[in-house]
Design a protein around this ligand. Structure first.
Ligand SMILES: Cc1ncc(COP(=O)(O)O)c(C=O)c1O
Length: 400
């Protein structure tokens, strides 16, 4: 008779997890947000605002309770694709066809995933610039591709893209190059000559450029869209979303724009990923883009972020952290070498308990090969209330 405590041996145990995900660990955001919560710390870790979205966004959300609550058309709700075409067209000085050259996605995250699924065959290489947004390597690996890493070089407090390193990484096997400007986590806004170098390298080997521009409206020097550079449009997929621009990161409404052939390929992948994106939120997004276009919302947004960024820089002054250049986005990366921690992970694991402030270790945004480049760095998010930033600064000053 079988012991009631023993495992019945009546089938083959299921395998838990494919080879594709075998190397994945919990994302750095889950780990460090939990740690901040456990210690009741002020969380300057994950990049989401701790303040409300603008009133017009909440009104648009309420209004979207009226009207259809059913599936949206595959490419997106026409009101939104038209607004996005208008918006991106304004950046690029070109007229976009909303039905062919725009695709609405579940945030930029799904746009990136679908773009990589659409372009990459097993063994294809994808060039990623380090530090990277951590979804990029995961997207490439899930498509069977091979990431090739190009670290930005830190020189005199400036992050530079080294042309030789880039050329060495780009080869006939390169199918795509991913760029993010304004850049998370460094706050770098890529200069036109750097963008032209990326275009030239993509042209040299016939690669596609994937440009993640989710922080396009939060730049303190001029943000130049990659697709606006000479020769770029026909080989560039640009990805953006509502989340950062309207402080609605929980909505996950994004878009992919580019030439019809490339966007059409992404649509083929997208139709089997979510198929469809929340239609009420798409309608609300259309109303918000319209409102922003007809008001000075984008200027106000940028000014408000400049105030927050400046507040963080000011409060970091009396602390052991030396802020690096920061021209856009949600984050300041600072040098923490004055503190005696073995690396950035040890620092960020200790900060919530020691002084009640949460932060993210930038080595999470590097390949194993280059992690050591970030061991003396730390990332603080400033998409937070100015009072919270000041309080965090006072706590960090206690480290001196
Ligand atoms: C560089 C970058 N790309 C994409 C995303 C994700 O965008 P979304 O929330 O629209 O999916 C983020 C969010 O932090 C990001 O920092």
């Amino acid at each position: 008779m079988m012991d009631s405590m023993s495992t019945p041996n009546d089938g083959v145990r299921p395998r838990h997890g494919s080879a594709r995900i075998a190397g994945f660990r919990e994302t750095v955001f889950a780990t460090y947000s939990r740690l901040a919560r456990e210690h009741g710390a002020l969380d300057l870790g994950q990049g989401f605002p701790d303040f409300d979205p603008p009133r017009f966004a909440l009104e648009a959300l309420a209004a979207s309770a009226h009207g259809s609550q059913q599936y949206a058309p595959l490419g997106g709700v026409p009101e939104l694709t038209q607004e996005v075409a208008h918006d991106v067209g304004g950046w690029l000085g070109r007229e976009l066809d909303p039905s062919q050259e725009v695709l609405i996605t579940v945030g930029a995250t799904e746009g990136l995933f679908a773009a990589v699924q659409a372009l990459i065959d097993p063994g294809d290489e994808v060039v990623l610039i380090e530090p990277f947004y951590d979804a990029y390597p995961a997207d490439v690996v899930m498509a069977g591709g091979v990431p090739r890493y190009v670290p930005l070089e830190l020189q005199d407090g400036q992050w530079r893209l080294d042309p030789d390193r880039l050329r060495a990484a780009v080869s006939e096997r390169t199918r795509a190059i991913v760029v993010n400007t304004p850049h998370n986590p460094t706050g770098k806004v890529f200069r036109p000559d750097e963008l032209d170098l990326l275009v030239a390298e993509a042209e040299r080997v016939g690669a596609v450029l994937i440009s993640d521009e989710v922080y396009q409206r939060i730049a303190f020097t001029q943000h130049v869209p990659l697709a606006s550079r000479p020769g770029a449009w026909e080989r560039t997929l640009t990805i953006a979303s509502l989340g950062k621009t309207f402080s609605v990161t929980g909505w996950k409404i994004g878009w992919v724009t580019g030439p019809a052939e490339l966007v059409g390929a992404v649509r083929m992948a997208h139709q089997w990923i979510p198929f469809d994106v929340a239609s009420p939120l798409q309608r609300a997004g259309a109303a918000m883009l319209r409102h922003a276009r007809e008001s000075n919302y984008y200027d106000e947004l940028r000014e408000a972020y400049q105030v927050r960024r400046d507040a963080l820089l000011e409060v970091l002054q009396p602390t052991p952290f030396r802020a690096l250049v920061h021209d856009g986005g949600y984050f300041v990366v600072a040098d923490s070498s004055a503190l005696e921690y073995p690396d950035d992970v040890a620092l960020c694991l200790d900060l919530p308990e020691r002084v009640g402030v949460g932060a993210i270790p930038p080595s999470a945004f590097y390949s194993d090969e280059h992690k050591a480049m970030a061991r003396h760095l730390v990332r603080f998010a400033y998409c937070k209330d100015v009072g919270v930033l000041r309080q965090a600064g006072r706590r960090l000053a206690a480290l001196t």
